[in-house]
Ligand binder design. Structure first.
Ligand code: GCU
Length: 669
């Protein structure tokens, strides 16, 4: 029987993020007809019913007569819309959302919520919406048990896990449901519930603890979210007691097939596996002399009968490198491992590729892997959790960076599709925890929102998405001066990624962070380490020669237009100069300043921009709820302290190395 599924009740004190009750007012004041069957239609019905209960409107289910309704949410036979697409039109006083199924209907409903009063104003021409990217996932690096080094959530900056605590499932279904609702409202359709580094306790989620995963899947399903699981490649040995995990061994293949079948018995719509193999100490097919295609295909075969997908990560490199060895280049590794395997992966295997060749730095070139495997399904992986971008203590809205990656055309600026068209998946490492603001820093919610929406339209101007987030999160009716508030939020968020880039590692060189936790500056922190992340600064110059002519050859991993552009110091873009070239401090950039002067200037400017952002935030105190304002204000203090530390360490280091004074005579320590 069709009945409304009421929306989750937020636990006391938890922030409604971009779904405060106020945004449902336009919908809740009207007469709505909901037509169609299935659990997700029940969810949509429940949303409208709750809005009407609050704001005085009325909702009817499955009425035959097309009496005058303000809004009709209709599931009909419209195969060209796919499972998730919908149309929206306003004619003769009625707004109609049509979808082929419950998922599309739910996305259509949230579209109406985003439109607000505009959904019910003048006529609107028919618009068709379909997500450009099919898989829009959040990977939670959540541990079930607290890891002695990484804690409950690896690289987590928002408290504990929403799913697990101290080795147990938290069982907080309502909160997980509320999370699913937020994700659906920004367009995400998949969640991986455990860390890619699969430790012993977490491994068992695949077998005897699968019931706990099923409970999470049950909570997320009403909002159209499929659950995925990270698995260890060694599972047949560590869980199944087999002597080997060799992907070509018959016993191993049977074990995976049977294990996958059992997963699907309890989670019928299970999404699939995520695998980090032969990477940073995780087991993988190399142990058995097999390729990564062999490994991925074995898991793909186990999942195929059930419609599941294996996401196989391309993050494979030697993390035990000898820093004296100048021939090994970590940036080359993913391409070197995976490009030769193009065409060998199964239909339901997806290669998940980090956006840059190294590791989520604030500035990296786009990974050449994304353009090198035309016969392989690809997913782009970005990091919403701000491991290298201020750990949710700094404001760093990453929309513009992700947008640059998604718009990058691997075949050259004038030709071929962009990454957003090539990738069938957009995966973000989640920045969410059990923090009342979800993301620790309340403004980091904007990253989560943006990444989901970019999955629908990778070519959208991210600033429009930021405005959307602002409109929803801070509804006009709830503020004394919505214009000033909106301007202030824009001012502190728009340029925050570039600001962060300015006061941290210069010109794309990356990795000047403190080893281990990766917060704050340590110029030489990774310079003599086995992790392969060097800058090679000496008294004369800085940067990594990655050219084909004299360097590691990394630049040649790109198609010709990019390879040529990056190869030449004359054409390489300033912001990536030190990623591709080792240059003297006196080298003159396209901008007209020298490298050393650029370092000084950007570091002074970056700190000044944080000071200004903090001032703007302070000026909004009368317009933002006290708890939120205070939380952000506190974090600005820390951001400013840390930015000054970056500025002074970086500037002093390069002044001491180079002996070149600041042309503007500012104080350098
Ligand atoms: C980074 C991060 C690790 C993480 C790894 C990965 O190296 O520091 O914590 O496990 O990325 O993406 O697998």
């Amino acid at each position: 029987m069709s009945r409304p599924e009421p929306p989750p009740v937020l636990p006391e004190g938890v922030d409604p993020a971009w779904l405060p009750p106020e945004v449902f007012r336009p919908l809740g004041r009207r007469r709505t007809l909901v037509r169609g069957h299935g659990p997700l239609v029940d969810t949509a019905h429940g949303e409208v019913a709750a809005a009407c209960a609050r704001f005085g409107g009325e909702v009817v289910r499955d009425a035959r007569a097309a009496a005058p309704y303000d809004l009709v949410l209709d599931v009909t036979d419209a195969p060209d819309l796919g499972d998730e697409g919908f149309t929206c039109v306003r004619r003769d006083g009625t707004t109609t959302v049509t979808a082929a199924g419950g998922r599309g209907l739910l996305y259509g409903l949230f579209h109406v919520v985003r439109l607000g009063e505009d959904a019910f104003g003048s006529e609107r021409p028919l618009e068709t919406h379909r997500p450009a990217v099919a898989l829009r996932a959040l990977d939670h690096w959540d541990n079930v048990a607290v890891h002695p080094v990484m804690g409950q959530v690896e690289r987590g900056y928002a408290g504990g896990s929403l799913f697990w605590r101290d080795g147990e499932a938290r069982g907080e279904t309502e909160r997980v449901r509320a999370y699913g609702r937020l994700l659906a409202a920004c367009g995400i359709n998949a969640v991986t519930v455990n860390n890619v580094n699969v430790h012993a306790t977490e491994a068992r989620l695949l077998t005897d603890r699968i019931g706990e995963v099923a409970a999470l899947a049950d909570a997320l399903r009403p909002y159209g979210i499929r659950t995925h699981l990270s698995v260890t490649f060694a599972a047949p040995v560590v869980l199944g007691g087999l002597p080997t995990a060799d992907p070509l061994d018959e016993g191993v293949r049977r074990w995976w097939a049977a294990t996958a079948a059992r997963v699907y018995e309890v989670i019928g719509d299970f999404g699939g596996f995520v695998v980090k193999a032969d990477s940073e100490g995780q087991p993988g097919p190399f142990t058995y002399g097999r390729t990564h295609a062999d490994g991925a295909n074995m898991l793909a075969a186990a999942l195929a009968p059930h419609g599941g997908t294996v996401r196989w990560r391309a993050f494979v490199y030697n993390h035990r490198q000898d820093w004296r060895d100048r021939s090994t280049d970590r940036a080359r590794a993913a391409y070197d491992h995976f490009a030769p395997l193009d065409g060998e992966f199964a239909e339901n295997a997806v290669l998940q590729v980090k956006h840059g060749p190294v590791d989520f730095q604030a500035r990296e070139p786009v990974s050449p892997v994304l353009g090198a495997l035309p016969r392989t399904r690809l997913a782009l992986e970005v990091q919403a959790t701000q491991e290298y971008t201020g750990q949710q203590r700094h404001v760093c809205w990453l929309g513009p960076m992700w947008s640059e990656v998604l718009r990058f055309r691997p075949d050259g600026e004038d030709g071929g599709p962009g990454v957003g068209d090539l990738a069938g998946g957009l995966v973000a490492v989640s920045n969410v925890g059990d923090d009342p603001f979800w993301t620790g820093h309340p403004l980091a919610q904007a990253n989560l929102y943006t990444v989901g929406r970019l999955g629908w339209r990778p070519d959208t101007d991210p600033h429009d998405l930021l405005d959307e987030w602002i409109r929803l999160t801070f509804p006009a009716g709830a503020s004394a001066d919505p214009g000033r508030l909106r301007e202030g939020l824009r001012a502190v968020l728009h340029g925050s990624w570039r600001t962060y880039e300015k006061y941290t590692a210069p010109l794309g060189v990356g990795f000047m962070v403190q080893p281990g936790h990766h917060y704050g500056p340590s110029v030489d922190g990774y310079e003599y380490s086995p992790w392969g992340t060097y800058h090679f600064a000496d008294r004369d110059g800085i940067g990594v020669d990655r050219t084909a002519a004299t360097g590691t050859g990394y630049a040649a991993q790109y198609a010709k237009p990019w390879a040529e552009l990056y190869e030449s110091v004359r054409t390489c873009p300033d912001e990536l100069l030190l990623f591709f070239h080792h240059v003297p401090y006196g080298h003159v950039l396209h901008s007209g300043t020298t490298v050393i002067q650029h370092i000084y200037d950007t570091h002074f400017a970056g700190v000044a921009e944080v000071e200004e952002a903090r001032r703007v935030w302070d000026s909004l105190a009368d317009l933002v709820a006290p708890a939120r304002h205070e939380r952000v204000a506190e974090r600005y203090e820390e951001q400013l302290r840390c930015a000054r530390e970056w500025r002074d360490q970086i500037n002093s280091y390069f002044f001491r190395k180079s002996g070149v004074p600041d042309a503007r005579g500012r104080h350098i320590h």
